[in-house]
Design a binder for this molecule. Structure first.
Ligand code: ZN
Length: 173
């Protein structure tokens, strides 16, 4: 397994519509494992393939927060939201592609997600709480959407400007 570099916004690869994964292969399973390692290393609770420069519909997540609990890594190929609650929830979101920036985003509080798991089996599960937020945030990445796209243009520009500066400073070393 290996940790992959995470793309930082703004980057055109983060704005692309990702393609469905056709058939599972060892390469794709390897990519999922690398993404999990990259996510834990960051550390983060979710990561989408476009964030490591792969335009395919694959996300990983682990929202188990309790330190005593065992890790709960999840690999979701072609994840789809098939139902969303009317009830909304607001949570302060962040993103590994937009480091150190956080803002409140309102989304459905519960979602039902269908996906293909690491073994190629179809799964469907209801998510609530942080898991529901994370699943929606990561699936948005597959559609080229970032959490800052939910903010006012002014807030979005402010954060984007900070990221441009961050990337420039990083490039300078
Ligand atoms: Zn993100």
């Amino acid at each position: 397994m290996s940790v992959k570099p995470i793309l930082i916004h703004p980057d055109p690869r983060l704005k692309k519509l990702a393609s469905p994964v056709p058939d599972l292969s060892d390469d794709l399973r390897q990519l999922a494992d690398d993404m999990l390692e990259t996510m834990y290393d960051a550390p983060g609770i979710g990561l989408a393939a476009p964030q490591v420069g792969v335009s395919q519909r694959l996300i990983v997540m682990d929202c188990e927060k309790s330190e005593d609990a065992a890790p709960k890594p999840m690999v979701l190929f072609n994840p789809q939201i098939v139902a969303a609650s009317d009830g909304l929830g607001t949570y302060e979101e962040g993103c590994l592609s937009i480091p150190d920036q956080f803002a409140e985003v309102t989304r459905p509080a519960e979602v039902t997600v269908r996906w293909i798991d690491r073994d190629g089996a179809e799964q469907q599960q209801d998510f609530a709480g942080l898991w529901a937020i994370c699943a929606q945030h990561e699936i948005d990445h597959l559609d080229g959407k970032l959490f800052i796209d939910y903010l006012t243009p002014l807030k979005r520009q402010l954060i984007t400007r900070k990221m441009v500066k961050l990337k420039r400073d990083k490039a300078r070393g």
